[in-house]
Write a protein that binds this ligand. Structure first.
Ligand code: G3P
Length: 224
């Protein structure tokens, strides 16, 4: 399973890109708006931090297929590298996805809430489908079960499309997605930190440090 960071916060991107096995960054209009300022400067800085080889997903703000394709081409030209345009599911979005498939521009079909939406997005040629896990959990929709069903459908029909699960509130939702064979998750920096944290781990490390210091003081293996 790949881990992506769901933010446009440059400090968080720099930190997580250095300390975690990050596969890229996802954004959406809400995430971009939270940072504000110059759009192109922001997304180009994200590309600079993560490099050309990691995925960058940026969402179109257009509402017609024609304009979505035009905006996707511009985003791809300006941002280059491993780029995906995010397009919300809908008739215009599906039409744009089919055209972008022919042009070789990857699409992440987003705002997915049902396996049926995901299946038709995959058939239209989306490279990724992005179900919103926590927003489903908020309405007792069982977001991780929806992820499991989407994974199963894509495998049953041998479709060249991956699940990029989004909208997480906690590490347990991410863990369940991993158990269900989800290909990719996009999460906050806080959730990444929660995934690696455990009080028993802290206690184990404290024990190692205490025992070592008792025998060797301040010396490390580098001083031996
Ligand atoms: O990528 C979509 C995701 O950012 C939505 O998350 O937390 O707004 O439900 P949230």
């Amino acid at each position: 399973m790949l881990y992506i960071l769901d933010t446009a916060d440059l400090a968080a991107i720099k930190h997580c890109n250095e300390f975690y096995p990050l596969a890229g960054v996802t954004t959406n209009p809400s995430i971009i708006s939270k940072e504000g300022g110059d759009f192109w400067a922001l997304v180009k800085e994200i590309r600079k931090i993560i490099g050309k080889d990691k995925m960058l997903h940026v969402q179109t703000v257009q509402t017609t297929a024609e304009k979505m394709v035009e905006e996707a081409k511009l985003l791809k030209k300006e941002l280059g590298g491993d780029f995906y345009v995010k397009i919300p599911i809908g008739e215009e979005g599906l039409k744009a996805t089919m055209e972008l498939k022919k042009l070789g521009i990857g699409v992440t079909m987003t705002a997915i809430f049902t396996p049926a939406q995901a299946l038709i997005a995959a058939k239209a040629g989306a490279s990724f489908v992005a179900p919103y896990v926590n927003r489903l959990d908020n309405i007792i929709g069982d977001g991780t079960e929806v992820v499991a069903q989407i994974v199963e459908q894509l495998e049953n029909y041998n479709l060249d499309c991956q699940v990029l699960a989004a909208s997480f509130k906690n590490a347990e939702q991410v863990h369940k997605c991993a158990l269900y064979g989800c290909h990719t998750v996009t999460v906050s920096a806080d959730i990444l930190k929660n995934i690696i944290s455990h009080p028993m781990t802290d206690a184990a490390i404290a024990g190692f440090e205490k025992d070592w210091a008792g025998a060797y003081g301040d010396k490390t293996i580098l001083d031996m």
